[in-house]
Design a protein around this ligand. Structure first.
Ligand code: ATP
Ligand code: SF4
Ligand code: MG
Length: 334
């Protein structure tokens, strides 16, 4: 297949036993080679937990309580990231899958020059490289993200937020990973800058051939820049579709609400006016469909039975899935 990452039945909890918060629930997700996959959902829906779970970077008390994450190396057998040794994981991160964390633009070390931070990443994975070669590569990486080489000598505070973000992206690309995961890299930035950065990432993806998982609240950005979109609610994926199809024909009432609450193009973010009520409390999830207390179409069944994520009857092929009782799904094992 052309899959590069396959997440199967992933479950992530914070804490153990009765105290556990079940933050990612039975998630199945496939990332294909060269695609941009957008992951959207309100705050607390589990987007970051999913991203950190599949790279095994969960902060304590996060624990993976089930599932597998198959990574398809070029030409080799798939390996389960969840079963890698620590040495294998170190080689996997950065070199195979790089992640740009939420708030990353503020995670550059303020006391070190940009050059030092870039060359440190290169050296950690290639200790035998010469200082001159590392510096040349650092300059090249800045060039990739549209920053002039003379910025190598800058300290982070001398750069704008957008530039710091680009430096982080350049750093993530340092070892030519096959997968780049960006967790809301741009929320603190101006919308215009957000668009520029995303456009650049998509161009780089085309030139360098990596795949992207892009996480954001802002569905309008995803519709514009991603190939496929997965929508999360209460720790589950409730809908997945190509971005064009999700935009034209959202099937899950929650996706519909998200699309109706596009933030204003300029100015501060608005509340999700399209969806009344607030996200579910993971400690006391509603039974049945967890969206039912907020759903304008809820029926009695919705409060009792969890809808299965499946391919809706009027679509052929597994690219389109939805978990909602309004949409009967195929039962032929898709
Ligand atoms: P946002 O859009 O705000 O970044 P998110 O979709 O990334 O939200 P997560 O950060 O993955 O959501 O959080 C999912 C759930 O897990 C939330 O209910 C959150 O309170 C809980 N959670 C996250 N981190 C921890 C933690 N370290 N300990 C306990 N619970 C946590
Ligand atoms: Fe609404 Fe029911 Fe569909 Fe859930 S399953 S989204 S409550 S109609
Ligand atoms: Mg998050």
């Amino acid at each position: 297949s052309d899959a590069v990452l396959e997440v199967r039945g992933l479950n992530v909890d914070y804490g153990l036993g009765d105290e556990a918060v079940h933050a990612v629930r039975d998630v199945d997700l496939t990332l294909h080679r060269g695609e941009v996959l957008g992951l959207a959902g309100e705050s607390g829906s589990g987007k970051s937990t999913l991203a950190y779970g599949l790279t095994r970077l969960l902060p304590p008390p996060g624990v993976i309580s089930g599932g597998e994450v198959l990574y398809h190396r070029d030409g080799g057998e798939p390996v389960d990231v969840l079963r890698m040794s620590h040495a294998e994981l170190r080689a996997f991160r950065w070199a195979e899958t790089a992640i740009v964390f939420q708030g990353a633009m503020n995670s550059l070390n303020p006391v070190h020059r940009v050059s030092t931070q870039l060359t440190d990443v290169i050296r950690a994975h290639d200790p035998r490289s010469t200082p001159a070669a590392r510096l040349a590569r650092a300059r090249e990486l800045l060039g990739l993200v549209g920053i002039a080489g003379d910025r190598l000598d800058s300290y982070p505070h001398q750069l704008s937020g957008g530039m710091r973000q680009r430096v982080m992206i350049g750093m993530a690309l340092a070892l030519e990973p096959k997968v780049v995961i960006m967790d809301e890299p741009t929320t603190a930035l101006d919308v215009v800058v957000q668009r520029q950065i995303l456009r650049q990432l998509v161009e780089l993806r085309e030139r360098l051939g990596f795949s992207v998982v892009f996480i954001t609240h802002d569905l309008s950005l995803l519709v514009e820049f991603s190939d496929r979109i997965a929508i999360m609610y209460g720790g589950r994926i409730v809908e997945e579709a190509t971005s064009g199809e999700l935009y034209r024909n959202p099937k899950h009432p929650y996706s519909h609400g998200l699309l109706n609450s596009f933030p204003a193009l300029r100015g501060p973010k608005r509340e999700l006016s399209g969806i009344p009520g607030s996200p579910p409390d993971l400690r006391g999830m509603p039974p049945g469909c967890s969206f039912h207390p907020r759903c304008p179409h809820a029926t009695e069944r919705c409060g009792v039975e969890v809808p299965v994520l499946g391919v809706p009857h009027d679509h052929v092929g597994p690219d389109r899935t939805v978990a909602c009782w309004l949409h009967p799904v195929h039962d032929n094992g898709f």
